[in-house]
Design a protein around this ligand. Structure first.
Ligand SMILES: [Zn+2]
Length: 183
């Protein structure tokens, strides 16, 4: 009986792990990151902020109550996915360091941040960040998020009205990293 009660408590806690999108969510890289990888993670947070009006804050000094940490982990490469999000008191993004093409790492980061925003399911479309886009690739000058991505977010956060700044397009930045831009 004790064990069953314990499991029920764990299940209840999992519900609380969906962050409140009205409050800031710190996103912090831990262990070794290159400058390019740091730029990509920062850009991925910005893309979601523009697309749905949440408040991801890329920071190496987290100070807000809601926090996500992100790290590279060789073990992540053993599975079929290149990244994984684990909900918890702090959210945890684990990334495989070996990517098959250059922008895939940025796209996988953006996908995992989608899970951190509350989306707990996978998309199905080839043009969805939450679907196949991380493995298919994205086109410069095209919207980064599909209508399916936006619908999945709205369904995951039913009491939050998305406040998009725009429908952000995917671009390469002046520094050679990736970014989202509003037209
Ligand atoms: Zn996923």
């Amino acid at each position: 009986l004790t064990r069953i009660a314990f499991l029920l408590v764990l299940a209840a806690c999992a519900d609380y792990a969906i962050f409140d999108p009205r409050q800031p969510i710190d996103v912090t890289p831990i262990n070794a990151w290159t400058d390019g990888e740091l730029q990509e993670l920062a850009a991925a947070t910005q893309c979601w902020n523009l697309a749905v009006g949440i408040d991801f804050r890329f920071t190496t000094s987290p100070s807000d109550a809601q926090r996500v940490v992100a790290s590279f982990n060789d073990l992540e490469c053993l599975g079929t996915d290149l990244g994984q999000y684990t909900a918890g008191f702090d959210g945890n993004i684990s990334l495989c360091p070996d990517f098959t093409f250059e922008e895939e790492r940025f796209l996988v980061m953006t996908h995992e941040l989608g899970h951190a925003s509350g989306i707990r399911v996978e998309g199905t479309r080839s043009d969805s960040i939450m679907g196949q886009k991380p493995s298919h690739g994205a086109l410069f000058g095209e919207p980064l998020f599909s209508s399916e991505d936006l619908a999945l977010f709205a369904a995951a956060q039913p009491s939050f009205t998305p406040m998009p700044a725009c429908k952000p397009d995917f671009f390469r930045s002046d520094t050679g990293s990736y970014e989202c831009r509003c037209d």
